[in-house]
Write a protein that binds this ligand. Structure first.
Ligand code: NDP
Length: 300
């Protein structure tokens, strides 16, 4: 193994991702670094590049792809469908239903439409995008029917805080929930106080969205931080690679960075090579402390 991440060969990156996997509650293995797709499909002139980037990610082992009916009102799902053509068996496909479509009747239609756009007969995971006005019991019933029909293999939720999760798991089949997708990155550690340990105790991984803190001022504050830069330099990595490696440093987290170029995908996949030492984690903790009290769930 090379000392520096930027020296790693493609096969070393593939091997690192093959090792870096996590089990869902039913034992299904998924990669700890997958691929997000929000804003993909928005610019037709970039479509080919986006498809190629997603395919490369799958080849490198980031074979969990997250999309949603909301993203570009289906355009993201269409691009993902193009990317997984011929590769469907290798991919763990995740999509999400809008809260207003999560009632009986509508959820079947939404799922059907997603399947059509994705060019597949089933999803590996279907998530309620966020909690709306449809009663949770009804959404669980709809999800369970889709499982019985073979249209989805399992279901989960997104943007649920601990109290929402407790309410969900009090329902008869609420315990079938496979994951909760929430915002989590070095600059937003609130879930470490209660939600993350709560889910860990129940073998229910967190799916961390915006693990690179998107783009903008918050991200700049992270990548320009002296501690992040020092750790990156020690690994021959970029600050963003350190931020991604930090996100999956412990059990129970799957990160889904979104990248629309082959170069970014390669860099994100290479983050699986980074093992942060105890001292490096302490350095990062000093710069971005863990929460000492309950924080409201960060939501985009
Ligand atoms: P991310 O934190 O993943 O950041 C994405 C941004 O980072 C893009 O601008 C991308 O640019 C850039 N980027 C990616 N890799 C690199 C790299 N190696 N170097 C430099 N820049 C890079 O933000 P997202 O909000 O997209 O979150 C990830 C995914 O999580 C979403 O795409 C979506 O699937 C999911 N999500 C779910 C939500 C929910 O409510 N459930 C809410 C928000 C996101 P470029 O495209 O040019 O590569």
């Amino acid at each position: 193994m090379n000392k520096f991440v930027h020296e790693a060969s493609r096969s070393e990156i593939e091997q690192a991702n093959a090792r870096s996997r996590i089990a869902l509650r039913d034992g299904t293995g998924v990669p700890r670094i997958g691929q997000g797709t929000w804003n993909i499909g928005e610019d037709a002139s970039r479509r080919k590049e986006e498809v190629e980037a997603l395919k490369l990610g799958v080849e490198l082992g980031m074979n969990l792809i997250d999309t949603a009916e909301m993203y570009g009102e289906g355009r993201s799902e269409t691009v993902v469908g193009e990317a997984v053509k011929g590769l469907r068996d290798k991919v763990f496909l995740v999509s999400k239903v809008y809260p207003h479509n999560a009632g009986l009747g509508r959820i079947e239609r939404s799922c059907e439409n997603s399947l059509k756009r994705l060019g597949t007969d089933h999803l590996d995971l279907y998530l309620l995008h966020w909690r709306g006005s449809v009663p949770l019991e009804e959404t669980v019933e709809g999800m369970e029917r889709l499982v019985q029909q073979g249209k989805i293999a399992r279901w989960g939720v997104s943007n649920f805080d601990t109290d929402d999760m407790e309410e969900l798991l009090r329902l008869a089949r609420g315990t079938h929930c496979a994951t909760n997708q929430v915002l989590y990155h070095l600059g937003s550690r609130g879930i470490e106080f209660d939600l993350l340990p709560w889910q860990r105790k129940r073998q229910m991984p967190i799916m961390a969205y915006s693990p690179l803190a998107q783009a903008g001022a918050l991200r700049r504050g992270l990548v320009q931080n002296e501690a992040v830069k020092a750790v990156a330099e020690a690994h021959g990595a970029t600050p963003l690679q350190v931020i991604l490696a930090w996100c999956i440093r412990e059990e129970g987290v799957i990160a889904i960075p979104k990248a629309s170029s082959r170069e970014h995908v390669l860099q994100n996949a290479a983050a699986a090579l980074i093992d942060l030492s105890e001292e490096e984690l302490r350095q990062l903790d000093r710069a971005f402390p863990e929460p000492k009290r309950k924080m409201p769930l960060d939501i985009i």
